[in-house]
Unconditional design. Sequence first.
Length: 96
Amino acid sequence: MKKVIVKKKIVKPKKEKRIGKITHYFGKIKVGVIKLSDGLSVGDEIIIKTKKEERFKQKVSSIEIDGKKIKKAKKGQSIGLKLKDKAREDYLVFKS
């Protein structure tokens, strides 16, 4: 009998990158205002966290600045983003 050696592939989890912070949340319409410290595009997956725990993940479906939809936002901009769950000011936003 021959010995079969199976090599296991190690898959590293994607590293999360902090891209901003929620500065305001409108509860009735579930929209968060996010001050960006890095760029963000429609289609990116974001993670909303408190300082201690992850709250939820979602895909970015649209980004607005001053009521106008855009596809990409740059570092330093404040954007409006529809959120699927409740958030609070000072929650952190990460891109996965």
